[in-house]
Unconditional design. Sequence first.
Length: 366
Amino acid sequence: MKGPVVIHKRFPAFWTLLTVLIVSGLMIVAAQTTGGATGAAGAAAPAAEPADPNAVVLKLGDETFTAAQFEPRFNIALRTLAAQQGAPLDAATLAQFGTLRPNFLDQFATQQVLLQDAEKRGLSVPEAEVDAQLAQAKEGAGANFQQALVQAGYENEAALRDFIQESLTLQREVEALQGTIQVTPQAVRGFYDQNQEQFRQPEQVCARHILVADEVKANDLYGRLQNGADFAQVARNNSTDPGSKENGGDLGCLNQGQTVPAFEEAAFGAEVGETVGPVQSEFGFHIIRVYKKNPGAVTPFAEARDQVRSQLVNERLGARIAELREASGIEVFPENLPQTAPAAPPAQPGAAPAAPAPATPEGEGE
């Protein structure tokens, strides 16, 4: 009963992105061997050509990155993001994600600041650890490693190895910063007490349903249920909902907003044990039985403690990273980035053509 998947046109928060890049960014190489993010595409997408490839897009001390140096990094990140969301690397996806260059440049700048700080701290990654990660990527890709490497956006194996080393260094830098952050039990308790609405669990209804195409049959089934027929068995024998039919129509516990309005109104308005319907929606006619209700309530502190502490650590980590960036004097020049979408990779011989790009990405429907 959920609508189409949204293509989220954003990169995750930076410290979350680190884990994403270290894990997904490596394993995307293996994913490419089975189609992965490339869909019907069979070759690497060339990076978009900047108006001036030698234009500086980032400056940190004496070090600079040009548009031409930045674009391959963006290409790898774009492919990782597409793989996470199950989006094909076709013209439509690239047109949507191509607008993220300024966003990624900003995060790439933060990454360079952290790498600089890691060097000052003397943080390093043993070669054996890098080799182990590279071997893992090779094992996952199998015989198609070289092809998968290019499809994932890496120029060669050395580029992947550099990426692994850099990612692991960033991981150590973040861990080092986290080690300097102190969150007292009093701070955790205080945040919880002052922000209880953040920890409120929404009201839920747990329900079964039977879905049929016409109202006459729905009324007939409703009458049988009122006369004592077993709801689960009637659902198995008659429901047209493949997702719940074999489970006796059980939909589990639902929050508000998870189903279409007519269904939600009937389910949340019913008493426990009550059978309501037929309720019409765009899917057909529903007969609903609510078997449990979970009232909205604030999660007890004992259960929320670890979540609160992690939240406070992340907030303070973000502030510490912002301080490092401010002190570094790093400069970014997004006006020098390419303005065109990355080029779509050519389709493999015999592959079906990609669907045309929609005017705007679809949102979630019910």
